[in-house]
Write a protein that binds this ligand. Structure first.
Ligand code: ADP
Ligand code: MG
Length: 602
């Protein structure tokens, strides 16, 4: 083929691909435009996850009648004029690409009236070509409707995820911007139902209530006015007692722009060093302000990546600001009764009992905490063993669902339990050597095989919570949970909608009946957040793994001889005793021959 210039139409479709990847990117660009226009009210109405229609209405500056067509041209912007201005971007947009890109791949209707204009304009475009223009009466501001997104780009359309996924991404995006712009009143609806709204009160804490619910919002600690050189850090961070299983709830804004930055995220995690249990992450909304010329936002068309001129300085400013905030928070907070996280102990427990449980720093009190105080079911029975003394594992020869079980591993020999080290490892003696067993990993393996057995027989024991537990979730997580309620029900949960973005947990799988249901649900959602829309069976598997992990004895818990024996016997009966369901080893084996070599006997 000869070399030819692409048609304008095709070139803009290709360019559009970089800016608008999916409905959520359309929402992002249009919300950014509304914020740049100084809007104080932004209404976002989405139908069918944005495939059918996205409409964004703002009360910002509006667009002058003589400029409406220009706004849709590529590289047309009112926000910068010179290369020098590119050095100090103070608006969210500046590339002049969004409207051109969006209109190239959809049907757009724009209604706008600038503040001192007599009348408004309605402009309709199809695939970027103007179809009609008329003068109409309209309130000040802009209403832009995007219909039939990607109708002329079948390749893109094919790669869109389910409506549920697209909704969730939109929710996630809108809630983040609402946190950074608390004085703007946001309202988001999906198919006519309000998913999220804020009051525009100017208080971040009010937005936190709308996103996370009143309980979490109350606990979040405010980073005071923190300044280091010309960097200012603000925002809200969770106390160490409140944590999540992944880093998705760490949100960063730089000069009012939501950015993703691995380094600064790491600085925030570092600030919690030793205060959070291993593998747990904080909730943090951090706003960084710095001179505009010290940050390059022109790295990528979507503008979510930035480059800092002095990244080390920003790293330490953020880390210190967060650290000071959590350290200044009185340590008493972590020990409030009724809040069952790893640093909390049940009311009425004394120091000597703590000693009895070994290394206090690794203790996970929730294993043993009083379940009656969080769900009203049952009584704390300290005599009841942590390890189920009934083996309860299916007969070894019974066949097993192959999707879940890797290859059948070598079985373990019979062992004699010698004792426990560091309240974490069990020493066992086998016929020809010594076994060092990681009690948590081993128990996870046992619970996993038991659970899978029950799942295969479709008889997962479920435990009803007498009072039920209400959970409030951010809208994107609520959508995620709603999408999976059928799966959760198969696994022994019973969850009902309980108001917007809130749920009532009525029952949980019996294995986790001792755990805080809110935490179980939050951890499951966090696991689902990692990795992209997996196959349905993978979702089941993820949830099962998490349930089994939660239900397992933790490192740092002292076990009775009887419990250790029960655990080892059950591990011996497992089909794959050598690894936990996440693939980590459950035990280390030292053969007699190896010992002899080490001692120079052989
Ligand atoms: P950019 O935001 O990078 O300037 P866009 O393509 O998003 O590029 O928008 C082009 C121009 O249209 C903007 O510079 C702005 O002048 C105008 N515009 C877009 N949306 C709005 C809005 N909601 N209110 C007022 N003006 C708008
Ligand atoms: Mg823009």
């Amino acid at each position: 083929m000869p070399i030819r210039l692409l048609s304008e139409q095709l070139a803009s479709q290709i360019a559009a691909g970089e800016v608008v990847e999916r409905p959520a990117s359309v929402v992002k660009e249009l919300v950014e435009n509304a914020l740049d226009a100084g809007a104080t009210t932004i209404n976002i109405d989405v139908s069918q996850g944005g495939r059918k229609k996205i409409q964004i209405a703002d009360n910002g500056s509006g667009i002058f009648a003589e400029e409406v067509e220009t706004a849709f041209l590529r590289h047309a912007t009112s926000k910068i004029e010179t290369a020098a201005e590119l050095e100090a971007i103070h608006t969210l947009g500046f590339r002049g690409e969004a409207l051109a890109a969006i209109s190239a791949v959809s049907q757009v209707t724009l209604v706008t009236r600038a503040s001192d204009a007599q009348a408004g304009i309605r402009l309709m475009l199809d695939g970027g070509n103007v179809k009609s223009r008329e003068t109409i009466g309209a309130p000040q501001g802009t209403v832009i409707s995007i219909e039939q997104l990607f109708y002329n780009v079948p390749a893109r359309l094919k790669f869109l995820k389910t409506v549920g996924t697209e909704k969730r991404l939109i929710d996630e995006f809108v809630t983040k911007y609402a946190l950074a712009y608390p004085h703007v009143r946001f309202r988001l609806t999906h198919d006519g139902r309000i998913s999220f709204q804020t009051t525009g009160s100017g208080e971040v804490r009010d937005v936190l209530v709308a996103v996370y619910g009143a309980d979490i919002a109350r606990e979040m600690l405010e980073i005071g006015e923190y300044e280091r050189g010309d960097v200012q850090v603000g925002g809200f961070v969770a106390p160490p007692s409140l944590h999540r299983a992944n880093r998705n709830q760490i949100v960063l804004f730089v000069n009012g722009r939501w950015v993703k930055d691995k380094n600064i995220t790491y600085a925030i995690i570092q600030a919690y060093h030793t205060l959070l249990p291993v593998g747990r992450y904080p909730i943090a909304i951090v706003f960084v302000r710095m001179p505009l010329e010290q940050v390059d936002v022109n790295v990528h068309p979507t503008k979510t990546e930035v480059r800092f001129r002095h990244s080390g300085h920003i790293f330490s400013a953020v880390q210190r600001a967060v650290r000071e905030t959590i350290v200044a928070d009185s340590p008493i907070r972590h020990f409030r009764a009724g809040q069952f996280e790893s640093l909390t102990r049940p009311q009425g427990w004394q120091g000597n009992q703590q000693q009895a449980f070994g290394r206090s720093s690794d203790l996970s009190w929730d294993q043993l905490s009083d379940p009656s105080s969080w769900s009203g079911q049952g009584q704390l029975d300290l005599s009841s063993p942590i390890i189920d003394l009934e083996p309860g594992l299916g007969a070894p020869e019974e066949d097993f669902s192959p999707e879940y079980i890797e290859t059948e591993g070598d079985r373990l020999p019979m062992m004699r339990v010698i004792g426990q080290i560091g309240s974490s490892y069990i020493i066992g003696e086998g016929p020809d050597g010594m076994y060092l067993i990681d009690q948590h990993a081993a128990h996870e393996r046992i619970q996993f095989e038991k659970f899978m057995d029950a799942f295969k027989r479709q008889e997962i024991p479920s435990q009803r919570l007498v009072a039920g537990t209400a959970v409030h979730l951010p809208p994107d997580q609520a959508t995620r949970l709603t999408n999976q309620t059928a799966v959760l029900e198969k696994l022994g949960f019973e969850i009902e909608p309980f108001g917007p973005n809130a749920f009532m947990i009525r029952a949980v799988p019996a294995v986790v009946s001792r755990q805080d249901p809110t935490r179980v649900i939050n951890d499951i959602i966090a696991d689902l957040e990692v990795g992209n829309a997996p196959l349905q069976e993978k979702i089941e598997e993820k949830i099962i793994r998490r349930v089994c992990k939660t239900a397992s004895v933790k490192a740092g818990q002292t076990l009775s001889k009887q419990e250790m024996e029960a655990l080892v016997q059950q591990l011996e009966r497992c089909r794959n005793p050598h690894t936990c369901p996440h693939g980590r080893p459950t035990l280390i084996y030292l053969s007699v021959a190896q010992l002899e070599r080490e001692f120079g006997r052989a």
